[in-house]
Write a protein that binds this ligand. Structure first.
Ligand code: IP8
Length: 257
């Protein structure tokens, strides 16, 4: 089984509220189908989740009444995005089932506590692709919080030990600086704990679910259980190549044990 995350920056325009990249999503769905691999799919929230979540500081948990309608709005919006993903997968000929974290997961002080992984196993067994996504979730200590796609990826990788875990980003992989704004940014082909420690500690690319550093920490954990790659989902063919275990431009994440 291969675990895939379609980053929110790939399937949406993160700067414009609820803006889907329809063509990219359709192509990625076709690449998954063409690979013939058995997969579990996680997707980020992009502009369907992060904008309103950040405005209302939902990642800090419940602390004022005005957050309640905002939390509900984010849950509505990420479901709309999820439905678009589900539609594209069905159109590509990939039967799939949506597993919303707000219904099957719980956080504790912002950390993922419970996730019903048996549901994923049962759908997989039936040849149905389980699809989950970054969402608002109940939190046993904070009322509610944000469950990120990366937290879900870590738990699913721990449980299912996929042969490969692929993160689809909007750039070629992990860089030494932000490739969108820094012309000196260099692609890091192999990332390990040492590389992470040596990266300059800015809050680069931070959103409500953390900076690039937080993401790399999740990836390093995942690399304990699985071969882990970060690739560019905006470049046609790269996801299919990675799924077929072919050489592909990107960053390989390696855990030093
Ligand atoms: O896009 C964030 O999940 P991510 C979820 O995977 C929300 O970081 C609702 C902002």
């Amino acid at each position: 089984m291969i675990l895939i995350k379609l980053g929110g920056s790939v399937i949406t325009d993160k700067t414009k509220y609820k803006t889907l990249r329809t063509e990219v999503l359709g192509r990625l769905a076709s690449e998954i189908k063409a690979s013939g691999q058995k997969v579990i799919l996680v997707h980020g929230a992009g502009s369907y989740g992060h904008i309103i979540a950040a405005e209302n500081e939902l990642q800090k948990g419940f602390f004022k009444e005005s957050q309640v309608p905002a939390a509900s709005q984010v849950m509505e919006d990420v479901r709309v995005l999820n439905l678009e993903v589900i539609k594209c997968l069905n159109e590509a000929g990939l039967p799939c089932a949506s597993l919303p974290p707000s219904a099957i997961a719980k956080l504790q002080a912002g950390e993922l506590k419970d996730l019903d992984c048996q549901l994923f196993a049962d759908y997989l067994e039936l040849g149905i692709v389980p699809v989950t996504f970054g969402d608002v979730c109940l939190d046993t200590e904070r009322g509610f919080g944000i469950c990120s796609g990366d937290q879900l990826m870590t738990r699913i990788a721990e449980t299912f030990k996929p042969t490969t875990t692929i993160f689809c980003s909007d750039v070629d992989g992990v860089y030494t600086a932000d490739p969108h704004s820094d012309t000196d940014a260099r692609l890091i082909e192999t990332i390990d704990q040492k590389t992470l420690d040596e990266l300059p500690r800015s809050q680069r690319c931070a959103d409500v679910t953390g900076s690039i550093f937080k993401k790399i920490e999740h990836m390093l954990n995942i690399a304990t259980y699985s071969k882990a790659l970060v690739i560019n989902g905006l470049v046609p063919g790269r996801l299919k190549a990675a799924l077929c275990d072919e050489e592909v431009v990107g960053s390989k994440v390696e855990r030093i044990l």
